[in-house]
Design a protein around this ligand. Sequence first.
Ligand code: GLU
Length: 294
Amino acid sequence: MNTPAAPVFRFAPSPNGELHLGHAYSALLNARLAQARAGRLLLRIEDIDITRCTPQFEAGIYRDLAWLGIEWELPVRRQSEHLAEYEALLQKLIDAELVYPAFMSRGEIRAHIAEVEATGRPWPRDPDGAPLYPAADKTLSGAKRRRRIEDGAAFAWRLDTQAALARLEAPLFWNEFSDETLLDTRAIEARPQDWGDVVIARREIPTSYHLSVVADDALQGVTHVVRGRDLYAATGMQRLLQSLLGLPAPGYFHHRLILGADGRKLSKSENASGLAELRRAGVSPAEVRRMVGL
Ligand code: GLU
């Protein structure tokens, strides 16, 4: 009889700031769940945003996690070293005519939305509160698109979410574990339409958050994605990409968030809850565990 493969967990921070108590909770929870199931824990550095990620923040991640007593497998996957793999998946979506070049600049998008809102019509927003991308570029003819690209116009590849949904044979669901025991799951209906036409790849980098996350979770054989509630709705979009690209879908558990004293989500710029700052102040890893309720 074959023994079942060990479950694979991952912690996937972006080195665009210092880790805080929220990251500590997520990393410690992943480590604990992996250990309890004789599973593997992977660390993935999500460093595709070259304007905000730095080697210093990356070094800080290793230092903070080691201080917390977390052990992860080597080598660590750094997304910036795998752009060709993401580009191959982007090409699949281009070939399937599921992405289109989106030319509007931030300023143009803002102006377009302000114009519509001035007429009293509210503009739709995504679950994070950002306005959806206007549909205008989708109606450009192939010839016009080619001409603009040849003229050197800047563009990002965006998913034609409506077209993608139209190709599905049935509604999409993902499996969400009910609690930290990871014993039961519920099927949650994916609502990628809530995000509109998301960016799949940017001009300066042939990928995006959603594309590289689904690519890596599949390539690394991740079976359990344990991450914060703030990414719950994003799972619907990621489930759609998995389906379009023929990638396996892991199970998900979106854990509670650690909130600041003001009841709001912690941010990377808040020093008080930064792990390096707590360490400097003499707080021990055991105290950090207590602070996050583990
Ligand atoms: N890199 C993302 C972040 O730091 C997390 C991605 C994920 O867990 O799917 O927020």
